[in-house]
Design a protein around this ligand. Sequence first.
Ligand SMILES: [Zn+2]
Length: 459
Amino acid sequence: MENSTTERLQDAIATYRNSVDYLEIRVEQSESTSLAFRGKQLDAVNRSFALAGGIRACHQGGWSFVTFNGLEELKPRIEEAIAQAKLVGKETTQLAAIATIEDYVKVELKRDPRGVSLQDKRQILEAYNQLILEYDPRIQTTMSSLGDVFTTNYFVNSVGSCIVQERLDVTGRFGAIARGEGGIVRQGFESIHSRDDFNSLIGVEDRVLGAAKRAVNQLEANSVKGGQYTVILDPYLSGVFIHEAFGHLSEADFVYENPRMQELLTIGKPLGIEQLNVIDDATLENLPGSIKYDDEGVPGQRKYLIKNGVLTQRLHSRETAGKMQEQPTGNARALRANYPPIVRMTNTAIEPGNTPFEDMISDIEEGVYAVRMLGGQTNGEMFTFAAAEGYMIRNGKIAEPVSDVTLTGNVFQTLKDIEAIGNDTLFTNGGCGKGGQMPLPVSVGGPHLRIKNVVVGGR
Ligand SMILES: [Zn+2]
């Protein structure tokens, strides 16, 4: 199948390559299963095979994007894409130059989820779901799911590249909802992800139970007293912070359209303490955001967005790199082949520093330890995050649990207010949303972070 697919796509490109400035075809074949429990009820079981395709053409700076569902429609769809691009193109096409690449990227599978029956998957999920339900009488309901998707992605373009990439995502998500006195409701979540092994979902009882424990523990917490505190973020939350509050601002499509951001995000500008290093690294192994090539055929890379406290780089597609006269970074990603690639992150993280947790906390008289993430939003430079769990820090020690810990601030001020960077690190899988393409697999990572003067809102 793969050989005939690439041949058909290459034939089509050869026929039309000279009709426009740029042409690319992407085709994705996928095979997936998903199962979900809500409380005791099996909520959904799905197994599907799908083919999705997308064609992008660019002519005189004008873009078109046309989708298709079967290779038999390929030629009329390409002609449609070419006609549309010519209709809107009125300027010059500016795309950063890239090398021609031919490659076949295989997944080295450990246990293949396609060889596991739906019945076995159901039993595994049901057992975990039951563990959460039985953990405590205050657990009211659950949201538990297992999913696996194996995709084969074909990419050909008028530059002459022909890339086939396989990809596996195995995911387990576990949510516990607990109800306490006075109708108070708390949630706890856990998420497990693997790029090569169904067995990553086996024997994870402790992690699954963690979701239930966190939900129940938070029932005991009283609302935090609002105010400014020295705050320690756990690695999960520091990863979310750097992705949401800073990473999205590093996406060059956003910077390019926004004069204020161009000024705030001038390359070479100091943004934080010298120990602060922020990476977006597609080359880390087996994380959700790890890619060999992006959806424009540009190799995935390790980039320093901030190096020694100074802004060094931003994230590009070929178009944003061409327009801003910078190098492409391999960050053009599409949710699926029937969506156009846009500038996205991969695995985004703060690199570990050298401060042990005990040293970070020891001289804090009164502060807040914020753990994991419940939700949040950003608006330009401003962010608000709700921590999933909180604890007061008193006289250098973790004290009583507190609830309703929301952190608000301006990202540039907050980067300057980082006082210490932990010597630990942890990557968490996430789903990023942008331009109606969600959830795109990414990961966020970081060490513990100590930040001064954080506005913490209680209830
Ligand atoms: Zn995001």
